[in-house]
Write a new protein. Structure first.
Lengths: 244, 69
């Protein structure tokens, strides 16, 4: 098998250029999907028969929670690849993920609280799903704190990668918390084996939002990755060709 | 229009939820682009001051002799 493509992804100048070329292909579809889903979710979708218009918080809450978990999975995968194949670009990807992931974990917690207050009567309970999501935030903060505390970049890469990999155990706990324990949090409406328990005009904006948020993260990651590569490769000669 | 903004009585919870999500989306794009601009400016500054660029990098030199950078 030809492994040239794999080695190309280990080459900082190649990834720097590729990331620049790809960014608009993520950013524009993301913007269109999110705007369309906003209209679909706030205007076109009918009110829920139990939760009325309050259910519309799902269109920002579920995509944020999805991003929080997906970004962690991307970060841990990149960290693992960096650790195993000593690939510096992979570590740069992991480092670029953490800040965005932490932001959207906070958003998922806040939007969840704002949904919980009118529906459950409280902003917060120490429920398995909610607690696991809070632990996810601490994992992100721990990853960033650990990186910030180690001056040597390659040592910071390795140490934070181990932390990221250990934290992966939290992901299935988040996913299955609503099934394993008696959770106050509602069960999944979309990501389950049988058909989604939503009519189409409620479901379509949610799916568009999920895809839009994922592409949005792709665009942000590519921009952050380029900055990260430039900072790491400050002494490399390819930067002269790239910037002049 | 008022009916839309009142969101069936959930306005007090729904709009803050949308606002905080929008804030996260905007802030993350802004900081990512600002970081890239800063990294570019810094790299150009280093190139202009002649600190590096022509000579092979320390990392390349280290790997050329087979050591870990």
């Amino acid at each position: 098998m030809d492994w040239t493509w794999f080695h190309k992804f280990g080459s900082p100048p190649h990834v720097y250029r590729l990331a620049g070329l790809l960014t608009p292909w993520f950013a524009w579809p993301a913007a269109l999907l999110i705007l369309g889903a906003l209209y679909g979710g706030l205007v076109l979708a009918p009110p829920d028969y139990q939760q009325g218009d309050g259910f519309r918080i799902i269109y920002v809450h579920a995509p944020s929670a999805w991003l929080a978990v997906m970004i962690y999975a991307v970060m841990a995968t990149a960290a693992g690849v960096g650790l195993i194949w000593r690939m510096k670009v992979a570590h740069a990807v992991a480092a670029s993920c953490a800040g965005v992931g932490a932001w959207f974990t906070v958003v998922s917690l806040l939007t969840g609280m704002l949904w919980g207050k009118p529906m459950w009567g409280t902003y917060w309970v120490w429920d398995p799903r909610l607690t696991a999501q809070l632990i996810l935030l601490f994992l992100y903060l721990g990853f960033m704190g650990l990186r910030a505390s180690i001056d040597d970049v390659s040592r910071a890469d390795r140490a934070s990668a181990v932390l990221a990999l250990v934290g992966v155990v939290n992901l299935p706990i988040i996913r299955y918390s609503v099934e394993w324990w008696n959770s106050i949090h509602q069960a999944p409406s979309v990501m389950k084996m049988d058909r989604p328990s939503m009519p189409f005009d409620m479901l379509a904006p949610l799916l568009a939002m999920l895809l839009g948020f994922s592409l949005y993260f792709g665009a942000v990651l590519l921009i952050r990755l380029r900055a990260e590569i430039l900072r790491r490769e400050r002494n490399a000669s390819w930067i002269r060709e790239e910037l002049t | 229009m008022n009916e839309f903004f009142s969101m069936g009585g959930y306005a007090l919870f729904l709009w803050p939820a949308y606002a905080v999500t929008l804030l996260a989306i905007v802030v993350n794009v802004y900081t990512a682009r600002r970081d890239l601009d800063r990294a570019r400016t810094e790299a150009r500054r280093r190139l202009a001051s002649g600190a590096t660029g022509d000579a092979p990098s320390v990392a390349a030199a280290a790997s050329a002799v087979g050591g870990q950078p």
